[in-house]
Design a protein around this ligand. Structure first.
Ligand code: COA
Ligand code: AMP
Length: 634
């Protein structure tokens, strides 16, 4: 007789009644070296650790164990690169060989357990190989997204002090080749902490000049290297650090613990994504983001799936049918991307003509995350693809979904605009300003009762105090997500806005504080404010306001151009920063705080709620007229 699947409610309540038992059961999916005797260690609360008395190795679980189980011939990674017109398939056996060799070469150069290694690479399989090679020898990788400029890379080098950097000579964007090596050289030049050596994957589109004594060619570096075995690491040891935007120019180094990460990701693959060994899973994101870490590299490989490393864009490589081509050609079962990618496709092909050209019988569901999913996009995707479209909500800090529709367990009714319900491990509450839980339908700060579940951040890299201040102080006993929203009568969550200065541009999380620091560095700028304004394609776009130094009579157009260039040079093209408005004054409260929310309301043409604390309401008229001059605010 077929066993009845447990419902979401049963599983969630089961977790709540016995979290320890729930996670110990989930931990059975992992191949431990020394099995955990218990799940949670709260002896250092609020710095919680999971599976701390166990030992294991992530690379063993993601690669070697599948080969040992006889699945060496299964394809582990498909590199599908419409931007270069190439494809490559790597089996689990080949992956093991390539990862072990790179790991061996790194170890021979003195990289040991606990050392940091920065990976600065585009969407090539070598990026995943570099990550896994670090995991194999217990080194902590930190991947930096290719769209960040040299300064951002330098900040990360100084923060995590890597022994080595593994880079590619270039990335490829639809309109240009992006040479990474000059950015890497400039970053190392700027950084106080210099890595001992660099390994560079030469790509034919822009081979790099190597610096003798410091830089090594990817192939020559590994030539003849002794393959390295997987080393034993502690269950709570860091697997990686991933930097994400906070409220200032200093990014936060989110630490990912080894054991809990494997346990949690494996649970999500079965219960949220409904996939198992041998299935093809595709997350169209980038290895530089958390989605890429969790669902391009680790989760699919841990589960023994085939994962796709896609080097292309939803449109223009070569057309709005690329996604459907990849799904058809590789038999993708679960597909994950950001809503902005679908908005781009919908804009080019609203009738879905390209969808009709491909047969996608393998596709069972589409998953969206990274930004708020507008109902139009969700409905369009559901209608055109004819599969459930699942919005789920998570953050770099958590590494996997806080709220989702657990399709692998039970497909719950989809409500457009809601990422559905809290996942086991997460006791999500809506809190008022005093930290009191609010009833259904009430808008407040979204917080998660401590402890956070396995795999989530235990702290920030070398910054315990900042971890406490950023996440734990506002609401004692809770983790503050930085998002605001509500829960309805059915327990469905709605994510409405950020409560801090983080904005979301094309699914990329960016800090307006960091942008303001860049603008403030312009010699003619006395004061600056950056806000995120609505954009039909990217969700939000940054918009800058600057007040000039007294006596500055330079052309405003010229200054605006210089501001955009500065942002590109210092933060990177990913900031997508284009527009700067010169104003005489910024609207402020009597205590001097800039009224950014009010500026957003004006720019987006919303009803403006006049803040009671405003110093001079007349400034809002000046802002209104400045925005009118660039066609916004009506
Ligand atoms: N290396 C170098 N530059 C990069 C880059 C990378 N890895 N990724 C993006 N950029 C550049 C782009 O070329 C663009 O430069 P430009 O100003 O010269 O045109 C700039 O950064 C902004 O990029 P983006 O915001 O991605 O916009 P776009 O216009 O190139 O593409 C979309 C728009 C919607 C097609 C694109 O954003 C997309 O596919 N988004 C998917 C979202 C996603 O994967 N999110 C990850 C979290 S799930
Ligand atoms: P990141 O850390 O880059 O993954 O960004 C996390 C932030 O993106 C969250 O805190 C939200 O503000 C936003 N976000 C991610 N997924 C969703 C979603 N499904 N719905 C609404 N906002 C989301």
């Amino acid at each position: 007789m077929e066993e009845r699947m447990a419902s979401y409610r049963e599983v969630y309540d089961g977790w709540k009644a016995d979290p320890e038992g729930f996670w110990m059961e989930a931990a059975k999916e992992v191949d431990w070296i020394k099995a955990p005797s218990r799940a949670l260690d709260d002896s250092r609360a609020p710095f919680y650790e999971w599976f701390a008395d166990a030992t294991c190795n992530t690379c063993h679980n993601a690669v070697d164990r599948h080969v040992e189980a006889g699945h060496g011939d299964r394809v582990a990674i498909i590199h599908d690169s419409p931007i270069t017109g190439t494809q490559q398939k790597i089996t689990y056996a080949e992956l093991q060989e390539r990862v072990a060799r790179l790991a061996g070469a790194l170890a021979a150069k003195g990289v040991v357990k606990g050392d940091r290694v920065i990976v600065y690479m585009p969407m090539v399989p070598e990026a995943a190989i570099a990550m896994l090679a670090c995991a194999r020898i217990g080194a902590i990788h930190s991947v930096v997204f290719g769209g960040f400029a040299a300064h951002e890379l330098a900040v990360r080098i100084d923060d995590c002090t890597p022994k080595a950097v593994i880079a590619a000579s270039c990335g490829i964007e639809p309109n240009r080749v992006v040479p990474y090596k000059p950015l890497l050289d400039a970053a190392i030049e700027q950084a106080r902490e210099k890595p001992e050596f660099c390994v560079v994957l030469q790509r034919e589109q822009a081979p790099a000049t190597l610096i003798a004594g410091r830089d090594h060619d990817w192939h020559a570096f590994q030539d003849g290297a002794e393959p390295a075995p997987c080393v034993e690491v502690g269950g709570a040891d860091p697997l990686y650090i991933l930097y994400t935007s906070g409220t200032t120019g200093q990014p936060k180094g989110v630490v990912r613990p080894t054991g809990g990460h494997m346990v949690a990701l494996l649970w999500t693959m079965r219960n949220i994504y409904g996939v198992g060994p041998g299935d093809t899973y595709w997350a169209a994101s980038d290895v530089g983001w958390v989605v890429g870490h969790s669902y391009i590299v680790y989760a699919p490989l841990l589960m023994g799936c085939t994962t796709i490393v896609f080097e292309g864009k939803p449109i223009g490589t070569p057309d709005a049918g690329t996604f459907w081509r990849v799904i058809q050609e590789h038999g993708v079962k679960a597909f994950f991307t950001a809503p902005t990618a679908f908005r781009a496709i919908k804009r080019e092909d609203s009738a879905g003509e390209f969808v009709k050209k491909y047969a996608m019988p393998s596709l069972e569901a589409l998953y969206f995350a990274g930004e708020r999913c507008d109902p139009d996009t969700l409905n369009w995707a559901a209608e055109k693809l004819g599969v459930p479209v699942i919005d789920h909500w998570w953050q770099t800090e958590t590494g996997y979904a806080i709220a989702a529709n657990p399709r692998g367990l039970e497909l719950m009714p989809v409500k457009a605009g809601s990422p559905t319900v809290a996942m086991p491990g997460y006791d999500v509450q809506i809190l008022d300003e005093g930290g009191h839980p609010m009833g259904p339908g009430k808008l407040g700060a979204i917080a998660v009762k401590l402890p956070l579940p396995p795999g989530t951040l235990p702290t920030l890299w070398n910054a315990d105090d900042r971890y406490r201040k950023s996440y734990l102080e506002a609401f004692p006993g809770y983790y503050e997500t930085g998002d605001a929203g509500m829960i309805d009568d059915d327990g469905y969550l709605y994510i409405m806005a950020r409560t801090d200065d983080v904005i979301n541009v094309a699914g990329h999380r960016l800090s307006t504080g960091a942008m303001e620091e860049v603008l403030a560095g312009h010699p003619d700028v006395a004061e600056a404010a950056v806000i995120g304004v609505h954009d039909d394609l990217k969700g939000q776009m940054p918009l800058g306001f600057v007040c000039l130094n007294n006596g500055c009579s330079r052309s405003h157009d010229e200054i605006a151009k210089e501001c955009a260039k500065r942002m590109r040079d210092e933060l990177g093209p990913v900031a997508a920063y284009r527009t700067t408005v010169v104003v005489d004054r910024l609207p402020k409260t009597r205590s001097g705080k800039i009224l950014r929310k009010t500026m957003v309301q004006i720019a987006d043409g919303q009803d403006v709620k006049m803040p009671a604390t405003i110093e001079d309401p007349a400034v809002l008229d000046e802002i209104r007229s400045a925005l009118g001059s660039i066609g916004r605010g009506t």
